[in-house]
Design a protein around this ligand. Structure first.
Ligand code: TYM
Length: 344
């Protein structure tokens, strides 16, 4: 457990990202995050991926369901192609350095910054007095997740951009306040056709695991028939598909289905429209459905197989946590030294 701590502005590239084990995984999580994690892992850069169980409890979770969702998320990561031999894979609560650095960042971040977070405003809504303190402080813990590894790149969907920007502000303020160049200014990496997958029932709303309508999303555990049915019933407009991306402006549902197709097929929106432009949705939906089933069904089958033996998942997470701590411990210790903690 003795990695040298980097303190210069020239930080080696390192990727960190996380997903909450709250409820099931959606196609939004897969295309916006997980699939891109796999692509990153395969470029050879050191990659650290986390199941952020401490974020999940910012709203109450049934303990048994949280445990199951954490296993299922780990199974999802592996079934999607993350290789625990290549990437570090673990759940947040097994690496206490996240929460420890999170406290330091609670003392760096300003109330005004947190109050501006749109996700806080959306999630707490009009009921802020009754929201947990954890929900309010959550972006400071997210900054700690990233910076306790000196991560430089953070692949996320569009909805997490503001939190990564806050992470940059926290790093800059810490460096400034203590006169150091210790934390990197991490970059959000928001790329591809599906950085914001929308609800199948309303193309102006994000696809989300918390939407009360199950028909609004594709879950990674849905079987082939369910996926096909949800796509068949997805909201569309009456026009044919355009031949160019410009024709998707002001057509949120059409744009969403084309984006999903492009991301699943690993191609561009223009390339998709060159192929399907002029077709009616009655023709396009079965093509999309077939592609979605061919890509997603093997993942859900593999997830179900992995869930049969959670002791194997326990071993993977324990080993990942050990590898993660080997990086995080010296960075936390150095942080404590910088802020003046005796014994660090
Ligand atoms: P979470 O768990 O809500 O979502 C996990 C990832 O999935 C992406 N995502 C989407 N992408 C495209 N379209 C969608 N409809 C969609 N829904 C979700 C999210 O952008 C995210 O990348 N706070 C984070 C978890 C987190 C984290 C971190 C991420 C905690 N610490 C450190 C990066 C780095 C969250 O709640 O994501």
């Amino acid at each position: 457990m003795n990695e040298a701590v980097q303190t210069s502005s020239e930080f080696a590239p390192r990727v960190f990202s996380g997903i909450q084990p709250s409820g099931g995984l959606t196609l939004g999580n897969y295309l916006g995050a997980m699939k891109r994690f796999v692509d990153t892992q395969n470029t050879g850069v050191q990659s650290i991926y986390c199941m952020v169980d401490q974020h999940a409890i910012t709203v109450w979770q049934d303990p048994d369901k949280l445990r199951r969702a954490t296993y299922e998320l780990c199974a999802g990561y592996i079934a999607s192609g993350l290789d625990p031999e290549k990437s570090i894979l673990f759940n947040q609560s097994q690496v206490p350095e996240h929460a420890q650095l999170g406290w330091v960042f609670n003392c760096v971040a300003r109330m005004g910054w947190m109050q501006r977070m749109t996700q806080w405003k959306d999630k707490a809504g009009k009921n802020q007095q009754n929201a947990s303190l954890g929900l309010f402080a959550y972006p400071a813990l997210m900054a700690a997740d990233i910076l306790v590894y000196h991560a430089t790149h953070v692949p996320v969907g569009e909805d997490q951009k503001q939190h990564v920007e806050l992470t940059r502000d926290i790093a800059a303020k810490f460096n400034h306040d203590y006169g150091v160049d210790f934390f990197p200014i991490a970059e959000p990496v928001i790329e591809g056709a599906a950085t914001r997958v929308m609800s199948l029932r309303d193309g102006t709303k994000k696809m989300s695991k918390s939407d009360p309508s199950d028909a609004s999303r594709i879950n990674m555990t849905d079987d082939a028939d369910t996926i096909a049915k949800k796509i068949r019933k997805a909201k569309t407009d009456p026009d044919a598909l355009p031949s160019e991306a410009k024709g998707l402006e002001d057509r949120p549902e059409a744009r969403n289905l084309v984006n999903i197709y492009a991301a699943l097929a690993e191609t561009s929106v223009d390339a998709v429209l060159a192929e399907v432009g002029g077709k009616q949705f009655s023709e396009f939906k079965p093509i999309l459905s077939e592609l979605a089933v061919s890509k997603l069904a093997p993942i859900s089958t593999e997830m179900a197989r992995l869930m049969e033996d959670t002791t194997e998942i326990d071993k993977i997470l324990a080993r990942g946590a050990e590898q993660a701590r080997a990086i995080a411990q010296p960075i936390l210790k150095e942080t404590y030294k910088i802020v003046g903690m005796v014994g660090a």
